[in-house]
Write a protein that binds this ligand. Structure first.
Ligand code: NAD
Ligand code: ZN
Length: 386
């Protein structure tokens, strides 16, 4: 089968790889119909996250048709059209019972792994050997462990484009809302106008936020947001210092500050003088910008991916301002039924973020466009042709 594989930093090749098969009784085998490139893939693409090996199959956002299931699978059957969840959960442990599927404590399975910090986990698709080394879904076929938990059946009335983002980023935008407790009347600031940030704007508006401010320095992304998401206010950090400008726009600070950027953009450290002044942060000190900007008693919600240490973290204002700070990988399965309902009823339509939709064989070019932010690239969906 064909697959998009990592062959080194900033190198993705489409190669022939062996077709996967059912290896555990709880598996399903999917023929992939659509698969997307995620901002999280850029952490691997650029080599910011260790644990990739040459030949690893990329991709954790995918959907398709079930080709086969293992003998323990009860709710999914051959021929079902399904979306897969990017984080693999067992469905039976204490964490899964509490619906924190993204922190699954799986044991007693060859699909049990240990993560970077020594915690048990079932892992992530296509996301390095730090998270299990699972083959990803940017391929003609993919094996999905614990199929009953990690696949959602989707109705034939909805297109792949409408439902694919249930695999990750629509759920992630929603997770940002839930972590931030975004509600009617809130002022919400969102760092990052990538696919996650744009969907977060849509979700915040849907939940009745009074004002939504979107921050980035990529002009075509900001312009696209103002076209497609009327009412959104823009902050271009190429033209303004984010913290200063946000203070002018919202003097008391936003109720909720959402981070939809991620660690590979956060490159610099604060100087001592800057830390004391507070308002003089470097644009790249993203988490500290959220902490400084948030209103007293407000919530900082982080869905951008961070690995290990990053930034000189501003514990001072976090404590002094009575802030709540939450972060996490998204437990998509927790939100699936609700979000599928909103898509079906037309209340949420995530398709507006799709900018490119080529065949999977174009993966090399598409990674470069998405990483380099060329050709108006926002969200790439690729279609295998097997
Ligand atoms: P993306 O890389 O396309 O978007 C990030 C955007 O942030 C870019 O447009 C970039 O220009 C902007 N940016 C860079 N520096 C900034 C700054 N200082 N202030 C404001 N904006 C800045 O990626 P994406 O697909 O939108 O994903 C966003 C983040 O969400 C990534 O870190 C990704 O790994 C993460 N993510 C997390 C989860 C989860 O489960 N928590 C799931 C999916 C994606
Ligand atoms: Zn993703």
């Amino acid at each position: 089968m064909k697959a998009a594989v990592w062959t080194g930093n900033f190198k993705i090749e489409v190669q022939d790889k062996p077709k996967p098969s059912i290896t555990n009784k709880h598996d399903a085998l999917l023929r992939v119909t659509s698969t997307a490139i995620c901002g999280s893939d850029l952490h691997l693409y650029g080599g910011y996250m260790p644990g990739m090996e040459k030949g690893d199959i990329m991709g954790h956002e995918f959907m398709g048709i079930v080709e086969d299931v293992g003998e323990d699978v009860t709710t999914i059957k051959k021929g079902d059209r399904v979306v897969a969840c990017f984080d693999i959960a067992c469905g039976h442990c204490g964490q899964c019972n509490n619906k924190l599927f993204s922190e699954c404590d799986v044991t007693n399975s060859s699909d049990a792994q240990e993560d970077l910090y020594g915690h048990r986990t079932a892992g992530l698709f296509g996301f390095s050997h730090m998270t299990g080394g699972y083959a990803g879904g940017q391929a003609d076929f993919a094996r999905v462990p614990f199929a009953d938990v990690n696949l959602i059946k989707v109705p034939s009335s909805l297109t792949d484009q409408q439902v694919l983002f249930l695999s990750d980023i629509l759920c992630t935008a929603w997770h940002a809302m839930e972590l931030g407790e975004v509600k009617k009347g809130d002022v919400v600031a969102i760092w990052g106008a990538g696919p996650v940030g744009l969907l977060a704007v849509q979700c915040a508006q849907f939940r009745g936020a009074k004002r939504v401010i979107l921050i980035d320095n990529v002009k075509y992304r900001l312009e696209y947001a103002s076209q497609k998401l009327p009412g959104v206010e823009l902050l271009d950090f190429g033209e303004h210092n984010t913290v200063k400008r946000l203070k002018e726009m919202v003097p008391n600070g936003p109720d909720v500050c959402i981070e939809a950027v991620g660690f590979h953009y956060a490159k610099t450290l604060l100087s001592k003088a800057e830390m004391l002044v507070g308002l003089q942060t470097d644009p790249a000190d993203i988490i500290n910008e959220l902490i400084i900007s948030c209103r007293k008693g407000g919530i900082v919600s982080i869905v951008g991916v961070y690995a290990a240490t990053c930034n000189r973290f501003m514990i001072g204002p976090l404590m002094e301002k009575n802030l709540t700070m939450r972060a996490g990988q998204t437990p998509c399965q927790k939100y699936w039924d609700e979000l599928l309902g909103y898509i079906e009823s037309g209340k949420l339509d995530p398709t507006f973020i799709i900018s490119h939709e080529p065949a999977l064989t174009e993966a090399t070019k598409m990674y470069k466009l998405f990483n380099d932010k060329q050709d108006g690239c926002l969200k790439v969906i690729m279609h295998p042709t097997a």
